[in-house]
Design a protein around this ligand. Structure first.
Ligand code: ADP
Length: 484
């Protein structure tokens, strides 16, 4: 069955809820039955007790009558009357107790009749006693007792009938209650076990239908970041399946875009950079006069063409470097390096620019410092820092490059006397395409990529890069590299 996530959530909520409700219903029904059983037992006890009291009352009344027959004192008469008056009250409460059962009602009618008969007898005996003195002797008293006993035993028989059912109830009540106790305990234990099983089944259901598939989705995100192939589709028609399908679609689109990007990159690097480099080479050759002397105007135009070609090559190189960094293909190959040699090579590379601005490049380091690094890549970084320093410094100023050993790393600084970097740009300039706009148009000469590439190269060495600057006085760009 294909269920949506919403349906699954509803199942998780409603299945246990329904079970709990059924459980509570069964339990409360059992408790109710047990309570009824207890009430029945109490009721039976009350009927039996009330019946016993009635019989006892009748006995007591007849005893009081016998005593009256022997000595009709005022006290004995009062006692007889008191007991006599209690009997109708007993009958009423007994009637109330049995009123709910039709069968018992019939038996009660018999009891009622027998009691009234006995009462009638007692009354007639009393009347006889009051009428004639001759009955007042012990022999007559004995006969009297017999007549009364006969009437009471009639009543007792009827009462036996009345309470027969109650006695039965009273007898079986403890067994019944024990049975209910067992049932309730069984229900509680069964409910608990079922609850645990249900929870496990739910956990299994959610885990197999949702959690496991979500895990596949999470794994897919990891795979996508790591550019690995995605897991097969999770299947189903719910929201997770849709998300997974969208994810696969996205991955396909990304792979396509990546392929197209690679095609553009290879086109840029081969079809654009190579001809540009040979163009630059040819322009340089023409500039040397190898193919004949050029007029002053021709040389000026050639120079400008050469600069444009070089700028384009720099831009292409920067873009290719950024692509390498993004695709994690920027590898550094560490070899032992000498700061002196590195600084000399880098300074030579920017010499022409420095000369054009009458800027002196000073290389300062007491002793030569040796450390491990990728010569080409670190030269690229220092050329970029020197190039920037010269580009942004005023004519005739100085640019210093110095190195210092600090603990287990080497710090190389490129210090200039340029405009400096505003505080809020000191971190930003190392991000791609971030340039400080000073209104002098100098940013247009660059790409805004040089420092981002430098940072990636330094970090690939396990080092760090930063700038200290005082606005208006100059900048001091530094790189810190581990010595080994
Ligand atoms: P680009 O120089 O090609 O614009 P960079 O990433 O090398 O790109 O530099 C980013 C920006 O940082 C520059 O445009 C410039 O605004 C600022 N910057 C870099 N070096 C210096 C410096 N020595 N003095 C002043 N500003 C600098």
């Amino acid at each position: 069955m294909q269920l949506k996530l919403t349906h699954k959530l509803l199942i998780i909520v409603f299945v246990p809820l329904t079970f709990e409700l059924a459980f509570v219903f069964v339990l409360s029904d059992l408790l109710h039955k047990a309570e009824l059983e207890l009430n029945r037992e109490t009721h039976s006890k009350a009927v039996i007790a009330e019946s016993n009291e009635l019989v006892k009352n009748l006995y007591d009344t007849s005893s009081a009558l016998v005593a009256y027959a022997v000595s009709p004192s005022q006290q004995v008469t009062a006692e007889y009357l008191r007991r006599l008056e209690m009997i109708p009250a007993r009958l009423r409460s007994l009637e109330l107790l049995v009123s709910s059962s039709r069968l018992q009602k019939a038996a009660f009618d018999e009891v009622y009749g027998a009691t009234n008969k006995a009462l009638g007898l007692l009354k007639s005996i009393k009347d006889d006693l009051d009428a004639g003195e001759n009955v007042r002797n012990l022999a007559s008293a004995g006969g009297l007792r017999k007549r009364v006993t006969a009437a009471v035993s009639n009543l007792i028989e009827d009462i036996h009938e009345l309470v027969a059912e109650e006695r039965q109830i009273e007898e079986i009540a403890p067994q019944q209650q024990a049975r209910f106790r067992e049932l309730i305990v069984g229900c509680l234990v069964g409910g608990l076990v079922l609850n645990i099983l249900l929870a496990m089944a739910m956990a299994l259901f959610i885990s197999s239908s949702t959690v496991n598939r979500l895990r596949v989705l999470m794994d897919n995100t990891r795979r996508m970041v790591g550019r690995q192939e995605l897991n097969p589709a999770v299947g189903g028609t719910d929201e997770i399946a849709h998300l997974d399908a969208t994810f696969h679609e996205m991955a396909r689109e990304l792979a396509l875009a990546e392929k197209q990007k690679q095609e553009v990159i290879s086109m840029v690097s081969h079809d654009l950079r190579s001809p540009l480099m040979s163009l630059d080479f040819s322009l340089t050759l023409i500039g040397t006069g190898k193919y004949g002397e050029l007029s002053e105007r021709g040389l000026k135009e050639l120079n400008s063409a050469e600069n444009s070609a070089k700028r384009l090559i720099r831009l292409i190189n920067d873009l290719l470097d950024i692509e390498k960094i993004e695709s994690g293909k920027l590898n550094v190959l560490k070899t032992p390096l000498s700061f002196r040699i590195l600084a000399d090579h880098s300074a030579d590379a920017v010499r022409a620019l420095a000369v054009s601005k009458n800027i002196e490049i000073l290389i300062e380091s007491a002793d030569d410092i040796e450390f491990a690094g990728d010569a080409d890549r670190l030269e690229q970084v220092i050329i970029n820092l020197l190039g920037n320093a010269i580009k942004f410094s005023p004519n005739g100023s100085k640019v210093v490059i110095r190195a210092e050993e600090k603990g287990n790393f080497v710090e190389i600084r490129v210090v200039d006397e340029g405009p400096g970097i505003p505080a809020d740009y000191r971190k930003k300039v190392f991000e791609r395409f971030q340039q400080v706009s000073r209104g002098d148009g100098k940013e247009k000469e660059g790409t805004g990529l040089g420092l981002a590439i430098s940072r990636a190269i330094v970090e690939a060495h396990g080092g760090s890069i930063g700038v200290d600057s005082e606005e208006g006085k100059g900048s001091s760009f530094w790189i810190r590299l581990p010595e080994a």
